[in-house]
Design a protein around this ligand. Structure first.
Ligand SMILES: *Cc1c(COP(=O)(O)O)cnc(C)c1O
Length: 468
């Protein structure tokens, strides 16, 4: 399988190189030349198959030409071994035709573990095969950083630098990053917002001498391997609920558009998904874009669902690429307009194509709290605030179409956000014991000002790949 950049000015690459590259050198995102197709009989055959097996079957066509089936199977199995639930991603029903897909049973209690545990193993394997070291720099709004740190800690071939917006992640999220003692892990509290951190990251990737000197690799949600890994739970959950014979919709708490894009890819692969419902918090860029056709970031508003406090949804570019007929010049023009005038208008045809598959709902703070309380009252089930936005959006869809089941993705464990839960239901959820114990350790991090050159120097001083 070969991959091309959405901006059309970077070389086509194979899976291993896309895995290491993250962002393409032209600022675009890698996307496969064609989506592999999974026939209905092969979807049906996933019934009762362990998650690690299903993952290996679904991911293999994206990696064709790299490693063999046995090694991939060993990687998916090892990734699954770090989860606390045997089903990996179990479903719970909370109302008629309304299901929650629990994606929070991994080591950092958020859905990012599902992709990251696999990504860490895949990257280490490629680097070993090539006898190289790499440097991972990630920007996190909370959960990606912890997930990357857990996936890469102690690995000999990779140093990890994680930038998070100082003071804008929850206590648990911060401690999950800062209490890890491994020497290859470096946590940077940036004096700025998540978008500032993401901008610095983009600048580091565009700085070719720097990128090459530390062999920069990306693990943010633009990394194609993460998207692929996330398609798996759409398939496994749909099969449990009757796919390929029954259509379902999915409601997805959304920030960078990675998770919901994986649903879109699963649909392109042949999974019978009806609607993909984008749930945003008060940071409603995508809801506005789908409603008005204008993609126009505004400042970030801090909310009780910080992992969705994002104003640029990077993966949206991959959807735009498809709906514009895979025209890189069109994508370059849209993003040039974003850089120059702070926004762009999605052309009419592409907008109609997006609306034919996606809904979007913005869920404000009061409605989020109300949804946590309501689901607790009605179903005795505690939603985290991110998941609550998805469940709220799912209920809105069910009000329009009560006959098609909706699966809301539960992207975090409620115990990561105890203050929000206490506000809603008057009680604080407990962390699983083994996780609580780990967070007791001493914290280790460095505060840096919002300055790309300063961050680059910090990394260059410490990355082992930079030493000869
Ligand atoms: C990252 C994250 C999201 C947003 O996912 P995207 O792929 O960035 O859209 C939602 N909820 C939680 C808990 C997250 O960690």
């Amino acid at each position: 399988m070969r991959y091309l950049s959405t901006r059309g000015e970077a070389a086509q690459l194979g899976f291993d190189d896309v895995l290491l590259a993250g962002l393409a050198v032209d600022g675009g995102l890698y996307t496969p030349l064609a989506y592999p197709h999974v026939a209905p009989v092969d979807i049906a055959a996933l019934a009762g198959v362990p998650y690690a097996d299903a993952a290996a079957r679904l991911i293999a066509p994206f990696m064709s030409g790299t490693i063999g089936a046995d090694l991939l199977r060993a990687q998916t199995e090892a990734a699954c071994a770090s989860f606390r639930h045997r089903a990996i991603a179990p479903l719970s029903q909370i109302a008629d035709n309304l299901f929650v897909l629990e994606l929070f049973h991994g080591p950092t209690l958020a859905f990012k573990d599902l992709a990251m545990q696999l990504l860490g193993r895949m990257m280490n394997d490629v680097l070993e095969r090539r006898n190289l070291r790499a440097t991972i720099v990630g920007a996190t709004s909370g959960d990606t950083g912890a997930a990357a740190i857990e996936a890469f800690r102690g690995l000999e071939r990779v140093d990890v630098f994680i930038l998070y917006p100082n003071g804008r992640v929850s206590d648990v999220q911060r401690r999950q990053m800062t209490t890890v003692a491994d020497d290859n892990i470096h946590v940077i509290a940036l004096e700025g917002s998540f978008d500032d951190a993401q901008n610095i990251l983009k600048r580091l990737f565009r700085n070719a001498p720097f990128r090459e000197s530390v062999r920069l690799a990306g693990v943010n949600s633009i990394n194609w391997a993460r998207i692929v890994a996330q398609t798996v739970y759409y398939f496994t959950s749909a099969v449990v609920l009757g796919a390929p014979h029954r259509h379902l919709s999915y409601a997805v708490p959304t920030g960078n558009f990675g998770d919901v894009l994986a649903g879109y890819v699963a649909k392109r692969m042949g999974l019978p998904i009806d609607r993909l419902i984008v749930a945003t918090n008060a940071n409603d860029l995508l809801a506005r874009a789908l409603e008005t056709g204008r993609y126009e970031p505004r400042g970030v508003t801090p909310t009780q669902s910080p992992s969705m406090d994002i104003q640029v949804s990077s993966n949206f570019e991959r959807l735009l690429f498809d709906v514009t007929g895979r025209d890189p010049a069109a994508i370059r023009a849209l993003f040039a307009s974003l850089d120059q005038s702070g926004g762009f208008d999605i052309p009419r045809g592409p907008l109609a194509a997006i609306r034919s598959e996606f809904d979007a709902h913005s869920v404000n703070e009061a409605a989020t709290t109300d949804e946590i309380a309501r689901t607790f009252r009605d179903a005795d089930y505690v939603l985290d605030p991110h998941t609550a936005t998805g469940v709220r959006a799912a209920r809105a869809r069910l009000a329009v179409d009560p006959a098609t089941p909706v699966v809301a993705l539960a992207t975090a464990h409620p115990a990561k956000f105890p203050d929000a839960i206490e506000r809603a239901i008057g009680a604080r959820p407990r962390l699983p014991a083994e996780i609580a114990a780990r967070l007791e350790g001493a914290e280790r991090f460095t505060v840096l000002e919002n300055d790309a050159a300063r961050v680059a120097a910090y990394i260059a001083d410490r990355a082992r790949a930079a030493r000869v």
